[in-house]
Design a protein around this ligand. Structure first.
Ligand SMILES: *Cc1c(COP(=O)(O)O)cnc(C)c1O
Length: 375
C-alpha cells in the first residue's frame, strides 16, 4: 500500500528555470535580482515596510532578537505551545523565557493572560499565529504600547493571512508587530527548501537590520551607492540566502494565488466532511482572523484517543502527525521555567492532530480521511 504522506512540497515547474537563470547570470551570492524581486513582492503585496529574505525563519527570529537588543536578564513572553525556534532565538541572546498559555479553544497565545506576566524586565512579546490564524493583535499591541514593549510576530505559518482589527481594517499578518518572521521551509505554504524572511514595520529598525543581515557591514548601502566604502559597523551574521534559493522562491511566489486557492479548498473540504461528527473538535477561527489553509488539525478527547485515530488512519494508508510538546516542560527548559502549569498548552500537546494537507492531495482522499474519523 502506498502511504499518503503528511506533507509533500509542491513544485510549480519554474523553479529550476529561474535557478538556471540565476546561475547563468554569474551572480549567485545573496541580495541579487531574485532576492530583490521576492522582497519587493512581499512589501507591495502585504504592506510590510521592509522585507529581508533569510535562510530560515529561525534566522529571522535571531535577527529580531539582535535588533531588539535582548540582553541577559531580559524577559520575553512566548507561548509554550510552539516550535523551539520561537524561544531559542531569544535564549541565545541571554533572555529568560516567560511562557504563556494557549486559549481554551485555540492553540494561540491567550492575550488576556499576558498582562499578568509583564514585569519591569519584560522586553518583548512573541505571538505565534498558529496554523496561520491570527492572534488577538489589537490586545497585544495595546499592551505593548502601555508597557513600551516590542512585538515580534512569529508568522512562520502565516503567509497570506490577515487580521481584521477593531477599526475594521484588514492587515496582513507580519505587518502589525514591530517585526515578524516567516518560514519557507518545505512544510509551509510557499517553500524554498529551507528559507525565511524578516519583515520590519517600525522604521527605527530598518537601517540596522540590513547591517546585521550582512555580517555587521554596511554592504547593502554600498551596493546602492549610498556610501563609497563599506566596513564593519555593528554586530551581525550571515543571514541572507543565496540567489539560488531566492530564484526557487520566486517560482513559488508567481503561483501563490493558485497554491492558496487549492489549500483553502482542501481545508474547507475537511471542515465540511467533519462538521457533523462529535468525536473530535475542529479548528475555531476567531471573527478577526482569516484562513490561509496552512494546516487542518483536529483535537481528540485525550492522548489515547489521538493515538487510536493515528493508528486507524495509518492502517488505511494516511500519515497524520502531532507536534509541539509544551516548551515549558522540555528537557532543555523545564528547570528554568517558573513552575506555573499551562493547562491548555498541555491539552494541545496531548490532543492536537494534523491531517495531511498539501497541494497535490486529492478531494477523494480528504473525503476518505474525514469518513474514517467520523466512524
Ligand atoms: C516552521 C516554524 C518555525 C521555523 O521555521 P524555519 O524556517 O524552519 O526556521 C518557527 N516557528 C513556527 C511557529 C514554525 O511553524
Amino acid at each position: 500500500m502506498n502511504m499518503i504522506p503528511f506533507n509533500k512540497p509542491y513544485l510549480t515547474g519554474k523553479e529550476t528555470h529561474y535557478i538556471y537563470d540565476a546561475v547563468n547570470s554569474g551572480k549567485i551570492s545573496g541580495n541579487g535580482k531574485y532576492t530583490q524581486k521576492c522582497q519587493a513582492f512581499f512589501e507591495s503585496h502585504y504592506g510590510f515596510k521592509k522585507a529581508l529574505l533569510t535562510t530560515s525563519c529561525t534566522d529571522a527570529l535571531e535577527m529580531s532578537a539582535m535588533l531588539a537588543n535582548i540582553e541577559p536578564g531580559d524577559e520575553v513572553i512566548v507561548p509554550s505551545f510552539t516550535f523551539v525556534s520561537t524561544a531559542i532565538a531569544f535564549v541565545r541572546q541571554g533572555a529568560k523565557i516567560v511562557f504563556a498559555d494557549s486559549c481554551a479553544d485555540n492553540p494561540n497565545i491567550d492575550a488576556d493572560k499576558i498582562e499578568a506576566l509583564i514585569t519591569d524586565k519584560t522586553k518583548a512579546i512573541v505571538p505565534v499565529h498558529y496554523a496561520g490564524v491570527a492572534c488577538d493583535m489589537d490586545k497585544i499591541m495595546e499592551l505593548a504600547a502601555k508597557y513600551n514593549l516590542l512585538v515580534i510576530e512569529d508568522a512562520a505559518q502565516a503567509i497570506d493571512s490577515f487580521y481584521i482589527g477593531k477599526d475594521g481594517v484588514k492587515r496582513a499578518l507580519g505587518s502589525i508587530g514591530h517585526m515578524a518572521a516567516f518560514s519557507f521551509h518545505e512544510t509551509k505554504n510557499i517553500v524554498s527548501g529551507e528559507g525565511g524572511m524578516l519583515t520590519i514595520n517600525d522604521e527605527r529598525f530598518i537601517h540596522r537590520a540590513e547591517i546585521i543581515w550582512e555580517k555587521g557591514t554596511n554592504r547593502a548601502e554600498f551596493f546602492r551607492g549610498e556610501v563609497n566604502k563599506y566596513g564593519w559597523v555593528d554586530t551581525g551574521s550571515s543571514f541572507l540566502p543565496s540567489e539560488v534559493i531566492a530564484a526557487f522562491l520566486w517560482a513559488q511566489i508567481e503561483n501563490i494565488d493558485i497554491i492558496q486557492e487549492k489549500r483553502k479548498l482542501l481545508w474547507n473540504a475537511y471542515y465540511d466532511g467533519l462538521k457533523a461528527q462529535s468525536n473530535v473538535v475542529l479548528p475555531q477561527l476567531p471573527e478577526y482572523a482569516t484562513n490561509n489553509g496552512h494546516m487542518f488539525y483536529i483535537v481528540a478527547k485525550n492522548i489515547e484517543h489521538r493515538t487510536k485515530i493515528i493508528n486507524v488512519l495509518k492502517e488505511h494508508g494516511y500519515h497524520a502527525v502531532f507536534h509541539y510538546i509544551s516548551l515549558h516542560s522540555s528537557d532543555y527548559y523545564q528547570s528554568k521555567h517558573d513552575g506555573r502549569s499551562l493547562d491548555y498548552s498541555d491539552k494541545f500537546t496531548d490532543c492536537l492532530l494534523r491531517l495531511p494537507l498539501f497541494f497535490e492531495l486529492e478531494m477523494d482522499q480528504v473525503k476518505a480521511i474525514s469518513k474514517l474519523i467520523t466512524e
